[in-house]
Design a protein around this ligand. Structure first.
Ligand SMILES: O=P(O)(O)OC[C@H]1O[C@H](O[C@H]2O[C@H](CO)[C@@H](O)[C@H](O)[C@H]2O)[C@H](O)[C@@H](O)[C@@H]1O
Ligand code: UDP
Length: 504
């Protein structure tokens, strides 16, 4: 990489904790790249393929300074993290403080002042990298809870930029959020953006309430009025600076829902490929041709309700409501955040439960649960979706859950039943799924039985309606609507009227 390309400036800059690829060291010591886990990367990749921009993020390894490079036609700028920063900023503050706090304290959040210091330091590094890579007046789109301080830091350094922020995980109710010792700093960080996007209407509402309670700022629907001084650089720009009803100068920030989606066409194309359909048939055969295949696909995370799903499945077997001769559960639990204690304990707990259920109910020819602690490529995921008669999404809290949408997109045959937790963002849109409360184990068992027994006509009716939704609202539409709101905000025009809802 020569000096010139390293100093290149871009009109669109995406900033997220992770790059779409992780650097991995092979057995021979040779470094290679593999796709990063999780839905954020899956959703943003198609956006970057269409836009001529740059993606700034961490390459998933410690202590390596990697020059900007291109992967599959996407320009990438790696941000280095030290081993200690990975522990304190990523595993600590991001995934052991904010993650459990923002997911309804399903696990207890840990609060450590050194973690906060690391979070601040790393957020500054990301903001500096974005400031350096941005052309004058560029659009910068910052992603997720790991980088909530970046919008304000960036605005301070580069008031010319148009800054958007999208939160991929829930934003908690004030009663929970207010636990955070740094609750005001985070709100200040986010309010540096011109547009703040959330997955659900409820998340945007929770954020606005936190702003009112902690800052006393006024809100009008999705618009937040942030008071500014006359010497604030923003006051000189024509961008959404206006007088409030008391005659004070305010910057307006738009905070509302932009429910994320998937590259629907890609899933339809994959599902139509003969070799992937053949692979789906082979999966069924390898499982001993059960009448019903149930499928769960999750990062091994306590938010996903894997334990609740296993409990319901185990009880159905114990009560002879289902038999291993007829029903198999395939559970993909892809490795995630393995050095965080809560995740380690979760793995032990899940694997103990799977072992017990399999020990109690499997026969020589039929295993109750096919448990797979791996991350699979997209082709294999689609084959699994096609093989699954019933897809189980039982999250206790989930920003969106792209797996639910991918299942629907892949069912080009208009078959299959989606059992979906009302605590996943996807349930706001996918209303024709069998909606469940995962805490209600009896209700979950009933839904599982109803899914197994559902007649073909009803399956097709529901799946058609679900498919219509993900075909219309795909990831291209999501990014276009967010970027459109951002661009309009750059021209002083916040789309106040009729914001799209994510209700079906
Ligand atoms: O980067 P990791 O720590 O390995 O975690 C993977 C990603 O998990 C989270 O994904 C979220 O984004 C999805 C897309 O919007 C959404 O469907 C899902 O409900 C969220 O949990 C996390 O927010 C990402 O930052 C991580 O990269
Ligand atoms: O073995 C796996 C397991 C998951 N995924 C992908 O990881 C993403 C998970 O996104 P989701 O929004 O459901 O949850 P997250 O992990 O981001 O919380 C989806 O695109 C899945 O297809 C994958 O490619 N291989």
């Amino acid at each position: 990489m020569d000096e010139d390309s390293r100093d290149e400036r871009y009109e669109l800059v995406i900033v997220s904790n992770r790059l779409p690829v992780d650097r991995v060291a092979g057995d021979d010591g040779e470094a290679s790249w593999r796709p990063s886990p999780g839905g954020l990367v899956a959703a943003l990749e198609p956006v970057m393929r269409q836009e001529d921009g740059v993606w700034i993020g961490w390459a998933g390894v410690a202590d390596e300074v990697i020059e900007p490079f291109e992967a599959d036609g996407i320009s990438l700028i790696p941000v280095p993290l030290s081993e200690q920063e990975i522990e304190e900023y990523y595993e600590g503050f991001s995934n052991d403080t904010l993650w459990p706090l923002y997911h309804d304290v399903i696990a207890p959040p840990s609060y450590h002042r050194e973690w906060w210091d690391a979070y601040l330091r790393v957020n500054r590094r990301f903001a500096d990298a974005a400031a350096r890579a941005s052309a004058p007046g560029a659009v910068v789109w910052v992603h997720d809870y790991q980088l909530q301080l970046v919008p304000a830091l960036l605005r301070e350094a580069r008031p010319d930029l148009v800054i958007g922020f999208f939160n991929h995980i829930p934003f908690p109710p004030y009663g929970i959020y207010s636990q955070l010792p740094w609750r005001r700093q985070i709100i200040d960080g986010l309010l540096g953006a011109d547009v703040i996007g959330f997955q659900r209407v409820a998340d945007a509402g929770n954020f606005s309430r936190a702003v009112r309670r902690l800052k006393g700022f006024e809100t009008r629907g999705p618009i937040i009025e942030v008071p500014i001084e006359s010497d604030d650089p923003a006051s000189g720009s024509h961008r959404h600076v206006t007088s409030n009803k008391h005659g004070g100068l305010v910057r307006t920030v738009l905070a509302r829902q932009f429910p994320i989606s998937i590259d629907t066409q890609k899933y339809q194309d994959l599902a139509s490929r003969p070799e992937i359909q053949e692979r789906a048939r082979q999966i069924r055969e390898d499982l001993g041709n059960p009448k019903t295949i149930m499928l769960g696909v999750d990062r091994l995370d306590y938010t996903k309700g894997i334990g609740h799903r296993l409990k319901a499945f185990g009880e159905l077997l114990a009560e002879d409501k289902i038999s291993v001769d007829d029903v198999t559960l395939v559970q993909v639990a892809s490795p995630s955040r393995e050095r965080v204690e809560t995740y380690r304990l979760l793995r032990d707990e899940i694997e103990l439960t799977v072992g017990r259920i399999n020990g109690d109910y499997s026969s020589i020819s039929h295993t109750a649960i096919a448990y797979l602690h791996h991350g699979y490529p997209r082709e294999e995921m689609v084959a699994l979706y096609l093989a699954a008669d019933v897809m189980l999404v039982t999250a206790l809290r989930d920003g969106m859950n792209l797996v639910a949408k991918e299942y629907v997109a892949s069912r080009v045959d208009e078959d299959g039943v989606l059992v979906l937790s009302e605590f996943a963002g996807a349930s706001d849109e996918l209303r024709q799924a069998l909606l469940i409360n995962p805490h209600d184990i009896e209700g979950l068992k009933e839904a599982m039985l109803a899914a197994i027994a559902m007649p073909r006509r009803e399956r097709a009716r529901r799946m058609r309606a679900l498919r219509k939704r993900v075909i219309t609202n795909d990831v291209a539409r999501w990014s276009a609507s967010f970027l459109d709101a951002l661009t309009r905000s750059a021209h002083g025009d916040h789309p106040l009227q009729n914001p799209p809802t994510n209700r079906g």
